[in-house]
Design a protein around this ligand. Sequence first.
Ligand SMILES: CCCCCCCCCC(=O)SCCNC(=O)CCNC(=O)[C@H](O)C(C)(C)COP(=O)(O)OP(=O)(O)OC[C@H]1O[C@@H](n2cnc3c(N)ncnc32)[C@H](O)[C@@H]1OP(=O)(O)O
Ligand SMILES: Nc1ncnc2c1ncn2[C@@H]1O[C@H](COP(=O)(O)OP(=O)(O)OP(=O)(O)O)[C@@H](O)[C@H]1O
Ligand SMILES: O=C(O)CCC(=O)C(=O)O
Ligand SMILES: [Fe+2]
Ligand SMILES: [Mg+2]
Length: 305
Amino acid sequence: ETVSYGHPQRLRYTLDNDLLTPEQRLFYEENGFLLIRNLVSKQDIDRFRGEFERICRQEIKVPGLVVMRDVAIAKSEFVPDQRAVSKVQDFQEDPELFRYCSLPKILKYVECFIGPNIMAMHTMLINKPPDAGKKTSRHPMHQDLHYFPFRPVDRIVCAWTAMETVNRQNGCLVVLPGSHKGTLQEHDYPEWEGGVNKMYHGVRDYDPEHPRVHLEMEKGDTVFFHPLLIHGSGMNQTQGFRKAISCHYASGDCYYIDVKGTTQENIEKEVKEIIVRRHAVGDELTFKDTWAIRGRLVQGERISM
Ligand SMILES: CCCCCCCCCC(=O)SCCNC(=O)CCNC(=O)[C@H](O)C(C)(C)COP(=O)(O)OP(=O)(O)OC[C@H]1O[C@@H](n2cnc3c(N)ncnc32)[C@H](O)[C@@H]1OP(=O)(O)O
Ligand SMILES: Nc1ncnc2c1ncn2[C@@H]1O[C@H](COP(=O)(O)OP(=O)(O)OP(=O)(O)O)[C@@H](O)[C@H]1O
Ligand SMILES: O=C(O)CCC(=O)C(=O)O
Ligand SMILES: [Fe+2]
Ligand SMILES: [Mg+2]
């Protein structure tokens, strides 16, 4: 292990591997994210896009899929486009979209962060709509770990791939470099006048003066980031739907935790309320069950997840 020689504590967020250069490894250690240009092919992205459009047109039905519409559109009397889907989640039962989560190019990088046993825990295709005028297309600054009742935190990573040019105009990712070295913050709905999308919690005491980096990306560019990295995305000021596909991975030997008495209690409560409303089940389905049901092994062994 040449990079860490004499500095055994320095490499906490990455594992020994033959893929990352020492510079890339140190970049992730210091910043909590790593951007790899042109990782996913245009052909693959076009296929994911085609599948998403078939889902939107309701030509196929995917078991377990959660379809979300922007709150400004969902609650508007003057619906600009009844069809406007802002996000689909949990596409693990869609073989075409789920192919993204198993792409060898992606998994090679994921392995550098979480090791060879890889579970795909959470899948999303985000179709950020043109802002309806109330800034509801923004995603508040947050840490993804807020949603996850599993640990250890350093064996979780997100892969997020731009499906087209993503820039400040259409609402690229915004990150606070180095924030992954902190702890999980309290999250709550931000006090935004125009409304906030369901479950779009933000860090409670977010400091808008903190140095930020806008991640402008081209089609196929992929960013890997740590679940404590504080990030969000801006308003979409264009007329197009800004598309990205993502998967959160965890090591097969992660373990579930009970979030009772922690800052995550509020999101657990919301998730349970939605499940009860949608599936007419009671308390017997726990927060961690909802994750164990969704999780899929994509490499190695499923040990404790
Ligand atoms: C499960 C944990 C998630 C893990 C995330 C990992 C890290 C990623 C971080 C995030 O992405 S955070 C944001 C994640 N957001 C979600 O997971 C929300 C998922 N969306 C849903 O569950 C549904 O789309 C939703 C419950 C919001 C609506 O479902 P329905 O299909 O039942 O909608 P319906 O049209 O029947 O509307 C029901 C109510 O919800 C309202 N609604 C619909 N879309 C909304 C929206 N986007 N925001 C707020 N409210 C919304 C709608 O107006 C209506 O309100 P009223 O009851 O007052 O009439
Ligand atoms: N139900 C939907 N909700 C949200 N976005 C959608 C939906 N259906 C399609 N889209 C997306 O909205 C954009 C416009 O879709 P649309 O199907 O109108 O295609 P288009 O680019 O206008 O081409 P065409 O002129 O052939 O219709 C595309 O980016 C598409 O992926
Ligand atoms: O694509 C985006 O806008 C970011 C979404 C995001 O951070 C999330 O859903 O956790
Ligand atoms: Fe996020
Ligand atoms: Mg059209």
